[in-house]
Design a protein around this ligand. Sequence first.
Ligand code: XUL
Ligand code: CO
Length: 438
Amino acid sequence: MSEIFNVPAIKYEGPKSKNPLAFKYYDKDRVIMGKKMSEHLKFAMAWWHNLCACGTDMFGRDTAEKSFGAVPGTMEHAKAKVDAGFEFMSKLGVEYFCFHDADIIPAADDIKETNKRLDEITDYILEKMNETGIKCLWGTANMFSDPRFMNGAGSTNSADVFCFAAAQVKKALDLTVKLGGKGYVFWGGREGYETLLNTDVKFEQENIARLMRLAIDYGRKIGFDGDFYIEPKPKEPMKHQYDFDASTAIGFLKQYGLDKDFKMNIEANHATLAGHTFQHELRISAINGMLGSIDANQGDLLLGWDTDEFPFDVYEATMCMYEVLKSGGFLNGGLNFDAKNRRPSNTHEDMFLGFILGMDTFALGLIKAAEIIEDGRIDGFVADKYSSFNSEIGQKIRSGNVTLEELSDYACAMGKPANPGSGKQEYLESVINNIMFG
Ligand code: XUL
Ligand code: CO
């Protein structure tokens, strides 16, 4: 088959290389803390941004050309996107992809016809997967673009729309299992509200939980043994989304008994929109045993919306990989570039340059995160900070083997407690700089 992209396969050339079409840091077979870089990072391509989005925004039309030689809106175009996607991933050495149902085919008016098209295209995707060894990281249903979801999907006021959402989830789960995906994402873009004047929050949240329970029951029945994920986001498109951040989503999962089957898919740009750091969201997920997968991108802190930029902030990527390494690495998840080129970066070559930037940023992040752990100063400081709890009274508190009266007696006998010790933030930040640039 003739090539779609006039770009060579991207190789590792090392930090001294000035070749824009080469990796400077991502050396896939390099072993870091006992595992290959490619196994730590598990990069994935987001079908929607990379193969579908052409730069249209609220104020202007497409700037990029992604017809790949076929007429957009046809099944031929859907197949051309498969060809383009697999050539793209093969040339970059990206081993996974993520998809929405709506990304891979033009939807028909009738859901039965849509499902037929989905079967046909996934047969073709499966062929390409077998040829290349590329795998599916996770699948999902787009339950936010079509007007029928204007009042929500799981949270809709319409029982008929709820059924339609259920049918999409069922089919997207079928396809995820067919493609061997180990993750299934719920991103609730329309699951929220604009005003409480027209919204029954309790009713809506109960129904979202019901849809998730139905998905678990069906998924497990058809042999889906991967993880379900909630992808938290505080706003956009809705004014207030129910999966505001990791803490909110985890609380919701526990309230409705969904926490054994679900984990978090944390997106960097969603974290900062929620007023948190990316690392905060990862840490909250990890301490709850729910750090599942990551949508690797970057927002712009001067803008209040989801810009989905390719990540270039090495500090952020380092602290992300620090959290991933400390939590034991990815099991079923990976790093999905839910990222798009800037609108004026509109060539096919720019598509590659975006991934090279993102992959090199995370490769550097991995290298530096491993150095932070091996260096030990940060973890050592934190362990030491809480060392008073190794004392007899400290251990009693930690084990829960104490009453409030006993603690009061202890405090009265002690008098004034000693100064708890400096937090040494500036020192620790200089340690990070030393590791980054030393
Ligand atoms: C939207 C977003 C989605 C999800 C999948 O902000 O991140 O693309 O990742 O639906
Ligand atoms: Co995302």
